[in-house]
Write a protein that binds this ligand. Structure first.
Ligand SMILES: Nc1ncnc2c1ncn2[C@@H]1O[C@H](COP(=O)(O)OP(=O)(O)OP(=O)(O)O)[C@@H](O)[C@H]1O
Ligand SMILES: [Mg+2]
Length: 375
């Protein structure tokens, strides 16, 4: 039977004999599934294939629409993505979306013994988790302490006592979500030894050796994820409940056009605006203004708490490909702004350089997972 989704698919396979030793990264986003397959060749990670399928049609919606598919439909879509991309390996890793998890930091009193940490952290975490603690799986990691010499602590107005506090990044994943994703990968006959919350995958693929405080903004279809990162570790995480598909919805409603046509218009003109539809840029701006204003609030809160400001912003997620967004971000943050280029982490045929740079932000989660699995 002819594949009804072939037009939604952007998959390319580069090597005929590829990836017997390869690994897959799988990102089931709210609007599309993205997969990346890489393998090691002479010690270097090489891209062997990648692909994406819009999930809308699996819920009888337009391509690009946000969905929340039942397990059977997700299995169908993932199998189709694997098939169309020509991925040959079954070993992989899968991302857990932030909406199935909670990510927060807690402070421990000074001098907590390591043996006491599990019980103290679990007790503290209960305050943040709105469901019974036995319905989630918890993990945590101690945040590296700032170099807290007396001098620095005093010069920044932080008391030495505060500087002694141990901060812990806690992540909680709903057990239901873990079972759901487990059954999806099992049904797709994939060998997936670990799941990872999507932002950690994205940090891996977007960061080089940044040591200063960096804000990573993932502009997804349904939400924008903000991670404040230092030394590769998340210091603070927030979700802005608005994403790139909300922009398309507004364009579609304002101009009385289909979601598909609105999506095309958004991608073609973005914030630069359409000479024939003067209000387009304003419609888009309502959403980007909201996202940046929420982000500024988050940064302000961070600054108040830690007395520190970010020095760089990395944009990722498909929504960051919006024309004019980088310029707006530069104006807003008054800091260096960079669009992430995750595929620069893997080798690929030179003729694909431009394509991979342009599409990279959509694949940052999938690639970050594959990189972890390959290590
Ligand atoms: N060139 C472009 N210009 C503007 N928007 C774009 C462009 N390319 C992709 N997008 C938008 O990016 C969004 C999809 O991004 P992404 O694939 O990161 O989302 P997702 O992972 O499915 O969603 P989420 O992360 O919220 O679960 C869509 O709304 C799409 O319209
Ligand atoms: Mg996403």
């Amino acid at each position: 039977m002819d594949n009804p989704f072939k037009n939604l698919f952007s998959g390319i396979s580069f090597f005929n004999n590829h990836a017997s030793n390869g690994v897959l990264g799988i990102d089931i986003g709210s609007s599309s599934i993205k997969i990346v397959e890489i393998k090691k060749k002479e010690g270097k990670a090489m891209l062997s294939t990648y692909g994406m399928i819009g999930l809308g049609p699996y819920a009888e919606l337009d391509i690009g629409k946000v969905t929340n598919l039942p397990v059977e439909k997700t299995i169908e879509a993932l199998n189709e993505t694997l098939k169309q991309s020509g991925a040959t390996t079954s070993a992989g890793a899968l991302a857990i979306p932030v909406q199935s998890s909670l990510i927060f930091t807690i402070e421990l009193p000074p001098n907590v013994k390591e043996s006491e940490m599990p019980s103290i952290i679990t007790t503290e975490a209960r305050k943040y988790i709105p469901v019974p603690i036995n319905e989630v799986s918890l993990d945590w990691s101690l945040l590296p302490k700032k170099e807290t010499s007396f001098l620095e602590a005093n010069s920044e107005g932080t008391s030495p006592k505060e500087a002694e506090k141990t901060e812990v990044l806690v992540v909680a994943i709903q057990n239901d979500a873990i079972s759901k994703y487990r059954s999806i990968v099992d049904e797709c006959k994939l060998d997936v030894p670990f799941f990872e919350i999507e932002i950690f995958s994205s940090i891996r693929s977007n960061f080089e050796h940044e040591l200063s405080l960096v804000l990573l903004m993932d502009f997804g279809a349904s939400r924008t994820k903000l991670s404040i990162v230092e030394f590769g570790t998340v210091k603070s995480f927030h979700i802005v409940g608005r994403g790139a598909a909300d922009i398309t919805d507004s364009i579609s409603k304002s101009f009385g056009i289909s979601f598909g046509d609105a999506e095309k218009m958004k991608k073609e003109y973005g914030l630069y605006g359409n000479p024939n539809e003067k209000s387009l840029a304003d419609i888009i701006k309502i959403h980007t203004d909201y996202i940046f204003s929420e982000t500024n609030n988050v940064l302000l809160g961070f600054e108040k708490k830690y007395n520190r400001t970010i020095s760089k912003v990395i944009l990722t997620g498909g929504g960051c490909l919006l024309k004019g967004l980088k310029e707006v971000a530069e104006n807003n943050f008054k800091a260096e702004v960079e669009v992430g280029h995750p595929f620069s982490k893997v080798g690929a045929p030179a003729f694909l350089d431009k394509v991979l740079e342009a599409t990279g932000p959509e694949f940052s989660v999938a690639l970050g997972l594959a990189l972890r699995k390959l290590q």
